[in-house]
Design a protein around this ligand. Structure first.
Ligand SMILES: Nc1ncnc2c1ncn2[C@@H]1O[C@H](COP(=O)(O)OP(=O)(O)OP(=O)(O)O)[C@@H](O)[C@H]1O
Ligand SMILES: [Mg+2]
Length: 358
């Protein structure tokens, strides 16, 4: 099923929860809806599910406007953060509930349930009640209940946020496998960028109800369209520094502080020239070297996973650098840094828009 959202808008009172959202999701595609709390993710999902009526705009399934279609007629499976299983029913009764509503014959219901339960590896739990299951098992029951209808669309709203890290990783893989196997168009809401980046074919990033970008994880990371995305995607976040561009004899230089100046690599030249810019460089695109042209003083060193995050003073600016833990750096050290050529990003300081995009 192809899903198009066109100028989709939801207002609560005077507040835009979702504003003029345009998204085209391909048949069988898995997209993630990513953004900070309150950015309009759940509201978008509830409009697609038919639980909220849009204030404006259209929702199309395979090109047909479905704004007025009842939720139960939309052929959607939903898995939300709270699994909302019926506590007094067994796993079997929970999973087959949607079929019971449709008055599917018992034998067929049993067969379908067995199939799904085997796939989800919960076939040994069918007689238990939800209260007798672990979080991950309950999650799979909820998934089974969503899948048994063979929906054309799957909506996930932070379905894994209650699980521990290890279970979360195995469930991610599992959801992806099921989604691929059934080829169901899926929208997966999360505020965990790693989850979005690893699972989705494309990621839609929202902020304050407004879509910021809709593209692949790689492109979001490598070519962020604006400062919000640059800062939001990637961990630790990108350094964003007030800087100046200077053009001299056809060559372009970047000045990040008085007396600290460097050539802008030809292939990272901004498409639009501006004197005042926000210069962006990711902590892992900065290197600490023995001798170089950019002197830096170490202000602070902390462990960051298997690496060290080093806060450096460079002129009057501060820059975070991610280095291998075996490197011997400590507070107060005077050293030099260097920026990897591919890591240069430039943004318009007023609008926040990337200057590197054509
Ligand atoms: N029923 C409602 N009435 C009034 N305002 C609402 C309602 N539901 C959501 N909002 C507001 O709309 C905005 C978007 O909310 P939404 O629940 O879609 O955010 P979200 O991206 O899902 O956030 P989270 O990550 O915290 O779940 C928020 O500012 C929220 O306060
Ligand atoms: Mg939400």
């Amino acid at each position: 099923m192809e899903i198009s959202l066109e100028h989709l808008t939801k207002k609560f009172g005077n507040v835009y929860a979702v504003k003029d959202l345009n998204l085209h999701i391909r048949d069988g595609e898995f997209i993630a809806l990513l953004g900070p709390s309150g950015c309009g993710k759940t509201t978008t999902m509830l409009m697609i599910a038919g639980i909220y009526k849009p204030t404006k705009g259209f929702i199309k399934f395979d090109g047909k406007v479905i704004n007025n279609l009842e939720p139960r007629d939309r052929n959607i499976g939903m898995v939300f953060q709270s699994y909302a299983l019926y506590p007094h029913m067994t796993v079997y009764e929970n999973i087959t509930f949607p079929l019971k509503l449709k008055k599917v014959p018992k034998a067929e219901m049993e067969k379908e349930c067995k199939n799904i339960a085997r796939l989800l590896q919960i076939d040994h739990l069918l007689n238990r009640k939800p209260g007798e299951l672990s979080g991950g098992q309950q999650q799979r029951v909820a998934l089974g209940r969503a899948l048994i209808k063979k929906p054309k669309v799957l909506l996930f709203d932070e379905p894994l946020s209650n699980l521990d890290a290890r279970l979360r990783i195995s469930m991610r893989r599992f959801i992806k496998e099921i989604q691929r196997e059934f080829g169901i168009t899926s929208i997966y809401v999360t505020h965990d960028q790693e989850e979005a980046m690893t699972m989705a074919d494309r990621v839609a990033v929202m902020k304050d109800g407004v879509l910021q970008a809709f593209t692949t994880a790689d492109k979001l990371h490598d070519e962020p369209e604006n400062i919000f995305i640059a800062h939001f995607i990637g961990n630790p976040p990108m350094n964003l520094i007030d800087a100046e561009l200077i053009e001299e004899k056809g060559k372009l230089y970047l000045s990040i502080s008085r007396n600290i100046r460097m050539r802008v690599p030809e292939k990272r030249r901004p498409k639009v020239f501006k004197k005042k810019v926000k210069f962006g460089i990711r902590p892992y695109d900065v290197e600490i070297i023995e001798r170089g042209r950019i002197p830096a003083k170490v202000l602070f060193v902390e462990f960051f996973g298997k690496e060290l995050l080093v806060l450096c003073k460079v002129g009057d600016k501060e820059i975070q650098v991610l280095v291998p833990a075996k490197l011997d750096v400590k507070e107060g050290d005077n050293l030099f840094i260097e920026f990897k050529e591919s890591g240069f990003h430039f943004f318009d300081p007023d609008t926040g828009v990337s200057l590197c995009k054509g």
